[in-house]
Design a binder for this molecule. Sequence first.
Ligand SMILES: [Mn+2]
Length: 442
Amino acid sequence: MPHTTDFKSLFRNHIAQLSSGYAAALHATGWDAVVIHSGTLPKRSQFDDQYGSLRAVPHFQQWLPLAEPDCALVIVPGRQPVLHRLEAFSFWEAPAPLDAPHVWPQFDVHGVHRAEDVRAFLPAGRVAWIGEDRVRAASWGLEDAAQNPPALLRHLDALRVHKSAYEIACLAEANRRAMPGHNALRDAFANGDASELELHLAYLKATQQDDPETPYKNIVAIGPNAATLHHIAYGRSPTGAGSLLVDAGATCWGYASDITRTWTRGAGDAAGLFAALVDGVDRLQQQLCADVRVGLPYEELHEQAHRYITAVLRELGIFRCSADEALAHKFSRTFLPHGLGHSLGLQVHDVGCALVPPKADNPWLRNTSVIAPRQVFTIEPGVYFINALLAPLRQGPHAALIDWQRVDALVPFGGVRIEDDLVVRDQGVRNLTRDLQETAEP
Ligand SMILES: [Mn+2]
């Protein structure tokens, strides 16, 4: 548990803020109260009798980081939130104990014997329900129209865009927890020849996480596998390849970090060229972080990333034309097919920042918001050598403007991505990934 931060008072303020946000959202959408279900244990498949671990409903987690099935949190404006909690839910499973003493003073906790019993304790009036298990909602007498009402959900999503000081402290701690893993893999890659699976396990060990606890499945890609953006089918043998891409995070009380680093090794022209590319992407990533401004559309940053990447690929001799010509032909889209980043919070791809679709050129961009204070998002430019995307360029009318010998030399390295988590301040940003020592509030 973090020591330097006063989570007790941060959490008290967070709940006060959240309570007034919920009161306004309920008022605006015509509800008197809302009951939020934590979730039910997921079955591995409907033909199976094994259960996975609970990923609690994020709306529930914004109130408290309890990953316990069949809890009901009842929010009535002006009253203390009531948590109905099963006294014993199964002799087969038991939830992990919650190491977060700061949460309990904010709730009126009430034990129930069976989940169905909650029905008797629901408040009067128009009660909305948020959750995934509609069978449970029906067992509490909550009709279809009360289940996840879209207008209410839109208001509640908006409450997750501008993070509270407590949420930012959790996101900062999630970054601190991930760093020993990234450092361990950097060292293991430099000093040995481990397989992807061994590196994945080393990351879990260094961060003291079990696989289901990670915010998303670690991406650990050696050599050409880095060209698969979500490579999680870990190789079992060492390959001696010259590149390692690690995209992996950690959590703190439900809040996630999402961090990518790319490491290189080896000598020779191709390894030198790839190392220069990694260095170029790292520098342009930090420039993009410095370019963040309140009031700037995030999509503008994404466009700026394409301009920077075009300049780097030209400097390295991969584009044989002017930067303007390369931009006009949209060459960089082949090498950076994904979006520059996304909102981050309780969900790794968090809600509320993709309310309008991106431009046609940017189909995978998950943040189309206007940058505002207390937003938290990733900045994650990359350059990849993906054969399926290179093929049309190679056969197209502008093929002569690309140095294919250099491209082919880089294919065995797969690609590079550098990703940090940022908090927007009134002036500039706080980089939660690089400024681990910073303890100041947002
Ligand atoms: Mn990401």
